[in-house]
Ligand binder design. Structure first.
Ligand code: 9WN
Length: 443
């Protein structure tokens, strides 16, 4: 398959999943609009159709709550999904929009990065108009994140559900969820069999069990969802009234750190004064990453249990994310580059979401080993920004070689063999393949 065939394949997937002003992550498994998916999708769309890319981003704000929150899903009508609109009942909340149904939690705040990347492809006039239409909404979102999720002013925001981090089965979340398992999971663990629970899974119509979260995690995701819903999705109530895990999440906060830099750039381009408290919060986040990266012996930084302060030391790609968060000292960049090129993280196809020597590693297990195109993309961006252009090029080459020559672009791939897994026709894999090819060709 030639590079131009791969490009055509990727474009066809985006077209197939387009439903007007936004794009489904995948036709059947994920039939609504997701927050960080749309950001990655816009980054791919910008190369051939920057106006459509703009629409993809602006359509996300249909779902914005009055308090500033951007929800992780905006629901389309009448399509089947395992965690659909009735379960969330967003309209019970005064802050939620009236004309669309949404989830009541957020997802990694990639929006400001996506706005900036799309704007690179716009005329000066269109760019300014785009920034002016969107900046108040972005400020409201970042302000909500700090107000609701970092009232202690640590710089690292707290997530109230694993779905918020976008990589919900990452070992540190899996581990933290163990203590909150519902009775049926506790019982299945005792009996040593999950067969009955596996049989009831609605998501397994579209992907096999070994490529989706294990049932212990899946049912705990639902159970903790019920707990946080009873607490009306409020962090303090969840902390005080439930045992549902709360995590100061470095993966999510690294995305926020980069998004703050993007927001500053957007504001300065249109002469917009960002609020002082937001600027101070952003400074705390970038300082936290620089400090954690400098203090770490091997470059890894860890999320924290919000209630106890205990570090969650399970190895995963999240621990390498200071690279994406901002500019680090050269020595700290080298430490992270050494880990991500180690045989455990880069056995054949880099970069595994969980290293192959982790007890959690599963070759095709959801967020517990395989390579995702979006995490590779984040690492490539982090490497470029931190003076590692050659390594970034190598990672792009390895990613494109892995996705090339298959019947579709998939959700994720084996780090050992490149075998594709999860759902096919996966939008962000298509979009970021386009972005990697077009940026490589432009260099
Ligand atoms: C729950 C859509 C989303 C991604 C997430 C990924 C998966 C949903 C699910 O799919 O999560 O939000 O049903 O498992 O983990 O990152 O945004 O592609």
């Amino acid at each position: 398959m030639s590079q131009s065939d791969l490009l055509e394949q990727a474009k066809a997937i985006l077209k197939h999943n387009d439903f007007g002003a936004s794009t489904r992550p995948a036709p059947r498994l994920y039939p609504h609009q997701w927050l960080w998916d749309s950001c990655f999708i816009a980054i791919g769309l910008r190369h051939d159709d920057p106006k459509r890319a703009m629409t993809e981003i602006e359509s996300l704000f249909r779902g914005q709550w009055k308090n500033g929150m951007l929800p992780h899903i905006i629901f389309a009508d009448d399509v089947e999904y395992h965690a659909g609109p009735d379960m969330w009942a967003s309209k019970e909340y005064e802050d939620a929009p009236r004309d669309v149904q949404t989830s009541c939690i957020t997802q990694p705040p990639m929006v400001a990065e996506a706005v900036l990347k799309v704007a690179e492809k716009l005329s000066d006039e269109d760019r300014t108009a785009f920034y002016l239409r969107i900046i108040d909404k972005l400020v409201a979102y970042h302000t909500w994140l700090y107000r609701e999720r970092d009232s202690e002013k640590t710089g690292i925001v707290t997530l109230i559900h694993a779905w918020e981090c976008g990589t919900e089965d990452a070992p540190y979340w899996s581990k933290a969820m163990e203590a909150a398992a519902p009775d049926e999971v506790v019982q299945a663990r005792k009996n040593g069999s999950f067969v009955e629970l596996d049989a009831k899974r609605p998501d397994l119509k579209h992907a096999p069990l070994e490529q989706r979260p294990a049932s212990a995690d899946f049912y705990t995701l639902y159970h903790t969802f019920e707990l946080i819903k009873q607490a009306r999705f409020d962090l303090t109530t969840i902390r005080d009234d439930t045992a549902s895990p709360l995590i100061r999440d470095v993966f999510f906060s690294a995305v926020l750190s980069r998004a703050n830099d993007c927001l500053r750039q957007i504001a300065s381009d249109v002469g917009y004064g960002l609020p002082d408290d937001l600027l101070a919060a952003a400074e705390r986040t970038s300082d936290a990453f620089r400090r954690m990266a400098a203090e770490s012996n091997d470059g890894q930084v860890f999320s924290q249990d919000y209630r106890t302060g205990q570090l969650l030391k399970e190895a995963s790609i999240a621990n390498l994310m200071p690279l994406y968060a901002g500019s680090l000292r050269e020595n700290d960049v080298t430490k992270i580059a050494d880990i991500l090129t180690s045989p455990a993280y880069w056995p054949v196809n880099g970069v595994a979401t969980v290293p192959v020597d982790s007890p959690y590693y599963g070759e095709l297990r959801f967020w517990q080993g395989p390579v995702w195109i979006n995490t590779n993309w984040l690492i490539v961006e982090g490497l470029k920004r931190n003076g590692q252009a050659e390594l970034a090029k190598r990672l792009v080459g390895s990613t494109l070689a892995m996705v090339q020559g298959k019947d579709s672009l998939y959700e994720y791939y084996s780090a050992r063999t490149g075998q594709s897994a999860g759902t096919g026709n996966f939008s962000w894999s298509a979009a970021l393949t386009i972005d990697m090819i077009r940026c490589k060709d432009a260099e």
